[in-house]
Write a protein of this length. Structure first.
Length: 144
């Protein structure tokens, strides 16, 4: 497969991951399970001072969730942009692809340990697409 297509596949996978992440985590307070509702009440109740502000654990959970969504969408956009600029600056493209591919591999590992297989699978396959694009990129830049 051509590097551009592999990177676009990775970008779409990560965009889907970001969109599903946003939808999924934004509904965490609406779980009907009474045991989970008890925990949610504890997380969203009492606020405590921290670094000049007063927040509860639920606020931090929301913040981390939105930050993760923003990061996933950013990664998807970067992959898409780099896929369109492979011939313009292959050296820079290769560096960006390596960094993003390793970041996605670490992200997938984190998801496999702390979250669930579907999320980890999306990140892992996107990482593989990034790594798989590198040999083709070397051939592409050598032929120009």
């Amino acid at each position: 497969m051509k590097p551009k297509l592999l990177l676009r596949i990775a970008a779409v996978l990560i965009f889907i991951h970001g969109a599903l992440h946003t939808v999924g985590f934004s509904q965490w307070k609406q779980d009907p399970d009474p045991a989970k509702q008890e925990l949610i009440k504890l997380m969203t109740g009492r606020k405590f001072p921290f670094m000049g502000t007063s927040r509860n654990v639920g606020n931090y959970y929301d913040g981390f969730g939105y930050a993760s969504s923003i990061a996933l969408i950013l990664i998807a956009v970067l992959l898409w942009i780099v896929s369109g600029e492979l011939s313009a600056n292959p050296t820079l493209a290769k560096k960006v692809i390596v960094v993003i591919s390793f970041a996605l591999l670490f992200w997938a590992t984190d998801e496999a340990i702390y979250f669930f297989p579907f999320a980890a699978g999306l990140s892992f396959v996107a990482s593989l697409c990034g790594f798989a694009s590198l040999p083709g990129l070397g051939k592409q830049s050598a032929s120009q």
